[in-house]
Design a protein around this ligand. Sequence first.
Ligand code: SF4
Length: 116
Amino acid sequence: MLDMALNALKFFRNESCGKCVPCRMGSQKMVDIVTGWTRGKGSADDMPLIDELTDALKLTSICGLGQFAHAPLTSVLQHFREEVDAQTTIAPEPSIDPTAASDLKSSFTSTIEAGR
Ligand code: SF4
């Protein structure tokens, strides 16, 4: 679904005549963000930015193309949010168990000293 939304966002970005900034820049920014999501590079900061861009496009674009450019993504987020969240969530860094690290260091040191 995210790929379909991205395809539609690219269509609106490509069709933007560039006359007004929200449509020209906002549609490109949405494409950038969603392209990142499709490559597993989501960020917690993306959703507030998407909301801001959506409002800016809806409220300040001169014509219907810009006012509607957010719609494919808005629709996917509304109906397939879990799928999007699963695709865009960044896995947390694995934590290092200090005990295991200490045991590994001791084992490594013992091996080196035994080899002398
Ligand atoms: S909203 Fe309409 S007028 Fe403004 S840049 Fe987009 S296509 Fe052009």
